[in-house]
Design a protein around this ligand. Sequence first.
Ligand code: FNR
Length: 186
Amino acid sequence: MQIVGIAGSLRKGSFNRQLLEAMAALAPEGVTIACHGIEGIPVYDGDVENDSGIPAAVETLKEACSKSDGLLLVTPEYNQSVPGPLKNAMDWMSRPPKDIGKVFRGLPVALTGASAGPNGSRAAQYAWLPVFRGLGLQPWFGGQLYLPRAGEAFDEVGQFSDPDMRDRAQQFVSGFARFVDQNGRQ
Ligand code: FNR
């Protein structure tokens, strides 16, 4: 089973990127989580799309989603909502609309995220739901994972510092993998 993971921050020391990589390392046997970022994606501009087409970095993400059995989106929270750079990436990925079917429609998606403060990206995760609905994704609601105070969450080799959080992250990944296995792309 192939799952595409997308971490929605451009920051070098991104907590969300660390969370994605730590979760990928916990994937059950037979499940691969390929870790992607959102580097190299310009701000969406319809004129750029008309003149130059879809940027290569966007095509890479679209292709990865098209070929995967599931999507793990790891979202930062900006001002209690979705972060602009990741929304921009998803907006580009929804172009042209004729590709939405093969890229997104029916694709199982799990959502998690990390924040520096106490909320662990909770508000951002809720704010993604209308976007998922619009794209026809198949959200998995069988688990919830919020990583608060992410500055203290990882050790020097990028593993979870807190064994309880590690267990919860592992259960989350396993639960989503079971959902993908049972439901597939609808
Ligand atoms: C934040 N941050 C933040 N955190 C939070 O829990 N709730 C919020 O509403 C916000 N709002 C917010 C707005 C903006 C513009 C920035 C830049 C940051 C803090 C955020 O959680 C922190 O910067 C994380 O480190 C972002 O994730 P990465 O880049 O570490 O993956």
